[in-house]
Design a protein around this ligand. Structure first.
Ligand code: ATP
Length: 374
């Protein structure tokens, strides 16, 4: 299969080598759109995650790249080549599924060798490839076991080896750690990162776990209702969400919606229906154009004190409604005098004696919150 880039369809951004590109891709099932007009560019060597709530179209997007589904409209390109006539088994991608999809009647070694046998690779080369793949996932001593004799984490390693043995340009991972318990999941996250760095190939992972996406990825696409809301690095997505949905979905945040009382290019003043005034001087939208806005303030950016604070930012009085001890931190819900509730994350300091009903002040700087178009 030729790997040359057809000049007619190559990306105009020639500095970036793209491994996967979706151009205006839609997929309908029985008249219902699973994804609509999606544009996506995944660079060579990236760890790219597709993140979003259940049913938003993540798996459909991955299956279109894999070739298990055909787009209803638009074009999927892999390494610059239009894939509309290339079946799944001839694409330079391999998929790892949450369910592992191993053959139970075959040993670990035969499961991994299966794809190479189908390609009729010679025995000695095949054995070498399988041994290399087993070593990569640290499963060399399990070669002769059957899948039912393995733990969940070990099965997932075999599934990874079975995909890697084909030396794909792109690894597609569909909730690869979804079936593992939390501890094993954390361990496998580290192993996935190591594998990605060692191999230098492109990883495209579907997940609904935002912490997993933030910790593993170079870039993330956040999806909602079959559309992409935002693409960015983990810190761009977390610190500069472009929509209230992204702000709320990634991490925890407080969203205050209201009318814009005043706005210039530097500062915005918002009045909520409850009568709370909020000052903001960071925005993802053009501040003077906003009539209504949503202000996002992260729980960790809110300071909580029992004395009135001295800063001139946003400061409100209220009382502690709920409090949860998380060891290093306290997770508090504060009921403001005006009626709104805010979630606050506080370092757990011994001098504080917070209990439900404790009167408190909450405050944050105008630079510690973000105005978004409502
Ligand atoms: P989850 O996290 O729950 O796996 P997802 O984001 O991966 O969800 P998809 O599996 O891509 O979502 O599904 C997107 C939408 O398309 C859903 O409404 C789903 O019901 C629908 N859908 C997906 N596959 C099919 C199919 N083969 N036939 C009909 N509808 C489908």
């Amino acid at each position: 299969m030729s790997q040359t880039v057809s000049p007619s369809i190559a990306s105009p951004q020639t500095q970036q080598v793209l491994d996967v590109e979706l151009r205006q891709v839609s997929k309908y099932f029985g008249g219902e759109a699973a994804i609509q007009d999606i544009d996506l560019k995944i660079r060579e060597g990236e760890f790219f995650s597709i993140l979003g709530p259940s049913g938003c179209g993540k798996t459909t997007t991955l299956r279109l790249i894999a070739g298990f589904e055909q787009p209803s409209a638009g074009m999927v390109l892999i390494q610059g080549r239009d894939m509309s006539r290339t079946p799944a088994h001839r694409r330079s991608v391999n998929t790892v599924f949450q369910s592992y999809a191993l053959f139970n009647h075959m040993t670990v070694k035969d499961n991994i060798a299966f794809g190479l046998r189908v390609k009729r690779m010679g025995r000695s080369q095949r054995e070498q490839r399988v041994a290399d793949a087993l070593q990569l996932v640290k499963m060399g001593s399990f070669a002769h076991r059957y899948p039912q004799q393995l733990s969940g984490g070990q099965k997932q390693r075999v599934a990874l080896a079975r995909a890697l043995v084909n030396r794909p340009a792109v690894m597609l991972l569909d909730e690869p750690l979804g079936a593992l318990d939390l501890k094993l999941r954390k361990q496998m996250q580290v192993e996935l990162t190591n594998l990605h760095q060692q191999l230098g190939i492109t990883f495209v992972m579907v997940t609904h776990d935002q912490e997993e996406a933030l910790s593993l990825s170079n870039r993330i696409a956040v999806m909602k209702d079959g559309d992409i809301e935002q693409i960015g690095t983990p810190s761009e997505i977390y610190d500069y969400p472009q929509t209230p949905f992204v702000a709320d979905f990634i991490g925890e945040t407080n969203l205050l919606q209201g009318e814009v009382e005043f706005a210039d290019s530097q500062m915005l003043r918002l009045l909520t229906p409850e009568g709370t005034t909020v000052l903001v001087n960071r925005s993802e939208a053009n501040l003077p154009d906003l009539k209504t806005a949503v202000v996002s303030v992260r729980p960790e950016n809110i300071r909580l004190s029992q004395e009135a604070p001295l800063n001139e930012g946003n400061c409100y009085s209220g009382y502690v409604k709920h409090i949860m001890y998380l060891g290093t931190h306290l997770h508090c819900v504060v009921q403001l005098q005006t009626g709104e509730r805010l979630t606050v994350m506080q370092p757990n300091r011994s001098e504080q004696s917070l209990t439900p009903e404790t009167p408190v002040y909450v405050s944050w700087l105008p630079s510690d919150c973000l105005a978004l178009a409502a």
